[in-house]
Write a protein that binds this ligand. Sequence first.
Ligand code: RB5
Length: 153
Amino acid sequence: MIALACDHTGIALKHEISAMLDEMGLEWKDFGNNNPDRGDDYPVYGYKAAEAVARGECDRGILICGTGIGIGIAAGKVRGIRVCTCSDVYSAEMSKRHNNSNILTMGARVVGSELAKMIAKHWLTAEFEGGRHQRRIDMITAIENGGTPEDIL
Ligand code: RB5
């Protein structure tokens, strides 16, 4: 299950992404916003989607705001969430292979819809490589838990 969310800037792109997920045979759940009025708050939707990923209701999330940055910062405050904000395919794929990112954010005002779909497809089909990369994820988790990276050595 893929969590989807956006602010008012990302509604059209989110619908293009959900159509692509349908074509890929992947289930998704929309955590809003779907109201095109300006002035909504991206942390509201970023938090809802990130929280669903963190508690296991969803496996991953794809979130969209104007830049992808604000909604990514908000989502990344949820424990257990590792966000990649991407506007290129290489970073998106490597963020899964090496960083085990569980939320991808993109900027609807930054990337065109075809590039965004390509980025999302690479991210969704990439696999975490584990090994030495798992140790580094464990270090990140140690920081999140109030410790330091050296705690896990
Ligand atoms: C909304 O104008 C814009 O600030 C928002 O979509 C996002 O880009 C914030 O990071």
